[in-house]
Design a protein around this ligand. Structure first.
Ligand code: DC
Length: 229
C-alpha cells in the first residue's frame, strides 16, 4: 500500500460499525481499531476497582496506568495483559463505559493512544468522535446510523450470540439512555462531522453498506485501484 489511509466510522450503538469496520479493514489491508472497546476496558477496571464512574481524578489516573493492547487480529483487547474481550460486552460495562467516556480527562488519554495506533499502518477506526476529534483530517469519514428499533435488535442478536443474558425491554432502554448521554455530553459528543458521509444501514445488508463505503473510498483516493481490490 503506497499511502496510509485513515478511515473513520462513527455512529450510535448498534448501527453496524464493528461489522462494517472489520470488513473494510480486511478489504483495504488496514488495521481495525474499536475505540468503544477501549472505553469499555477502562469502565471494567473502574468497576473492578470500585471507583465511581464520575470520579474524574481517579479515573484519569486509572486511564493513564491502563495498558491497553489489541491482539494480532485486532479482535481481542488486552487490559494490563489480561484478555478482557468477553467481560467488556456486558450491559453493565456498556453503561459504565458511556459514563466514563463523558469525562474529558479520560478522553484525553484515550485519544492520545488512538492517534499513536495510527502511526504505523492504515486504519479503520470506529467510535463516536473519530471523524470529529481524533482524526479531523481522516481520508474517509462515515457516519453510520440505523433506526433505534433495528439497533436494539442487533444488540440483542450480538448478546445472544455471545451467550450474555439480557432482557429486551431493559436493553432497549439502556441503549436509549446511552445514546442520549453519548449525544448530549459536553466533551466530544457523538455528532456527524460536517464532511462525513451519512449512511443509514437500517435496510441494508453488511455487504451493501461495505460496497457503498468502498465506492466512497475509490472516489476519494487517487490510487484507489491499488488499495481496494
Ligand atoms: O461502541 P461501544 O458501544 O462499544 O462504546 C461504548 C461506549 O463508549 C459508548 O457508550 C460511548 C463510548 N465511546 C465514546 O465515547 N467514544 C468513542 N470513540 C467510542 C466509544
Amino acid at each position: 500500500m503506497s499511502k496510509r489511509l485513515i478511515i473513520a466510522i462513527d455512529g450510535p450503538a448498534g448501527a453496524g460499525k464493528s461489522t462494517i469496520a472489520r470488513r473494510l479493514a480486511d478489504r483495504v489491508g488496514a488495521v481495525y481499531i474499536d475505540t468503544g472497546a477501549m472505553y469499555r476496558a477502562i469502565a471494567l477496571w473502574a468497576i473492578r476497582s470500585a471507583i465511581p464512574t464520575d470520579d474524574s481524578h481517579r479515573l484519569e489516573v486509572l486511564a493513564q496506568n491502563a495498558h491497553i493492547q489489541f491482539s494480532k487480529g485486532h479482535d481481542r483487547i488486552l487490559l494490563n495483559g489480561e484478555d478482557v474481550s468477553d467481560f467488556i460486552r456486558s450491559p453493565e460495562v456498556a453503561g459504565a463505559a458511556s459514563e466514563v467516556a463523558a469525562l474529558p480527562a479520560v478522553r484525553r488519554v484515550m485519544v492520545t493512544l488512538q492517534r499513536e495506533m495510527a502511526q504505523r499502518s492504515s486504519i479503520v477506526m470506529e467510535g463516536r468522535d473519530i471523524g470529529s476529534v481524533v482524526f479531523p483530517n481522516a481520508d474517509i469519514k462515515i457516519y453510520l446510523d440505523a433506526s433505534a428499533e433495528i439497533r436494539a435488535r442487533r444488540r440483542a442478536d450480538d448478546l445472544t450470540h455471545q451467550n450474555v443474558p439480557f432482557d429486551l425491554t431493559s436493553l432497549t432502554r439502556q441503549i436509549e439512555e446511552r445514546d442520549f448521554r453519548d449525544r448530549n455530553r459536553a466533551a466530544s459528543p457523538l455528532i456527524q462531522a460536517l464532511d462525513a458521509t451519512y449512511l443509514d444501514s437500517s435496510n441494508l445488508s453488511a455487504e451493501e453498506v461495505e460496497n457503498e463505503i468502498l465506492k466512497i473510498i475509490r472516489a476519494k483516493t487517487s490510487n484507489g485501484k491499488e488499495l481496494v481490490h
